[in-house]
Design a protein around this ligand. Structure first.
Ligand SMILES: Cc1cc2nc3c(=O)[nH]c(=O)nc-3n(C[C@H](O)[C@H](O)[C@H](O)COP(=O)(O)OP(=O)(O)OC[C@H]3O[C@@H](n4cnc5c(N)ncnc54)[C@H](O)[C@@H]3O)c2cc1C
Length: 382
């Protein structure tokens, strides 16, 4: 392992790999990414792969929109197929209190060029004729939204970063963040130390723990979320959109001849328990069949648990921590980070090289906002 670097990135999920690639593109040399496990095997591997532009905060819409353009051309740019499906995200609404918020979000999204639109129950029937709509008064739909293969995308970034000279070391947990006189001086791992003037924490759900290695509090906590995939199942067409019952958080989309579905247990406290909760699986299946009775004929092929990396305002922590010079963070995407990877890579590289992110102004998500009491709440959390 190298003993010095210009930048050390901790974590090789979508964020670590996209930031490493973007920094290398900007001409930064001597970048080392340290991953305790394997590339793309953290939260990124557990994601449902959804990419959407339907957010409530302008910064998230801009990050998502910029990223969708990258996902659309990823295969040509990176030489990696990511199984892009742009079949839309269909939000179903039955809670009166969401109506005004979604209407307001739509006009903001449309102002930013997103082709999202309001849908009536009749429109919904055309988009997905298989769901029960008795309690649904409407919803929103964006045809450019969809899903991709998260592992392939991360590998695409990792390969492109390596081709530009980035060293990505797997099986190398960072156990210490070294500092002197309030400045980062490097990192310690089981194999030794690397001295570096800049360290970026891209450690997903583990970021409270990695921040603590430098005595810095980064409010990111893990919340268990489970996804399930059915056996190949031809009762429902593979052309259906990602369909989300916004009140319950139930979602499903076609996947590998079957369907991927999930629903977060919002009452479960923060945990690092990475097992499937059979009882919650039953609750999820009941909600699925209730909303879309055709699933009664489906059987589950497999299921897994992963962690949302949640912050107090459901938005990421991006930039220099302010507590220790040379320590930056890009984490806490609260369950919607994968899709923003491309834009986060570009923005973090700009912040580091130019001192300011220009692709999208990410200052709303600065690490110091929690201490300042200036939170940036995202409403559209699934
Ligand atoms: C069930 C589920 C569904 C989801 N669905 C979606 C979705 O549809 N769309 C979407 O955009 N997002 C979704 N997400 C969220 C998404 O997975 C995350 O926001 C995103 O992947 C975060 O990427 P990351 O690189 O920050 O974190 P990670 O992928 O977790 O990467 C962090 C890496 O840091 C490593 N690490 C941690 N500590 C150390 C250490 N001390 N030393 C070295 N390495 C370390 C970890 O091993 C890991 O590989 C979902 C998440 C879950 C759990």
């Amino acid at each position: 392992m190298k003993q010095t670097a210009e930048v050390v990135i901790v974590g090789a999920g979508i964020m670590g790999c996209a930031i490493a690639y973007s920094l290398a593109e900007r001409g930064v040399k001597d970048i080392v990414v340290l991953e305790r496990d394997e590339i793309g095997r953290g939260a990124t591997a557990d994601a449902a792969g959804g990419i959407r532009q339907q957010f409530s905060t302008e910064t998230n819409v801009r990050l998502a929109t910029w990223s969708v353009r990258v996902w659309e051309h990823f295969a040509e740019t990176f030489g990696q197929d990511i199984s892009l499906r742009q079949q839309g995200y269909l939000f179903l609404l039955n809670r009166e209190s969401d109506r005004e918020v979604f209407e307001r979000n739509l006009s903001m999204q449309q102002r930013l060029g997103v082709p999202s639109r309001w849908v009536t129950p009749d429109d919904i029937r055309e988009l997905n004729p298989h769901i029960l709509l008795d309690d649904i008064y409407g919803g929103t739909f964006c045809p450019e939204d969809g899903w991709v293969d998260t592992y392939a995308a991360t590998i695409g970034y990792a390969k492109a970063a390596r081709a530009r000279g980035v060293a990505i070391v797997e099986g190398e947990p960072v156990t210490g963040l070294d500092q002197s006189g309030g400045r980062i001086t490097g990192v310690t791992t089981a194999s030794g130390s690397i001295s570096a003037p800049l360290v970026i924490l891209c450690t997903g759900p583990q970021t409270r723990q990695t921040g603590a290695l430098a005595g810095v509090e980064i409010p990111v906590d893990p919340y268990r979320r489970m996804s399930f995939v059915t056996e190949p199942f031809d009762v429902l067409p593979t052309s259906l959109p990602m369909t989300i019952d916004f009140t319950s958080g139930l979602y499903f989309h076609p996947e590998s001849g079957g369907f991927l579905f999930g629903m977060g247990n919002r009452d479960e406290p923060s945990t690092f328990e990475k097992t499937v909760d059979e009882e919650w699986m039953g609750t999820t299946v009941e909600a699925l069949v209730e909303r879309c009775p055709a699933f009664e004929a489906a059987s589950i092929l497999n299921g897994w648990a992963g962690f949302y990396e949640v912050t107090p305002d459901d938005n990421p922590v991006l930039g220099f921590t302010g507590d220790v010079e040379g320590l930056a963070v890009a984490a806490g995407f609260s369950g919607h980070g994968f899709m923003q990877g491309p834009a986060i890579g570009a923005c973090m590289a700009e912040l580091i090289v130019d001192g300011e992110a220009k692709t999208v102004d990410i200052s709303e998500f600065r690490p110091t906002r929690f201490a300042e009491g200036d939170l940036a709440q995202e409403h559209n959390v699934i």
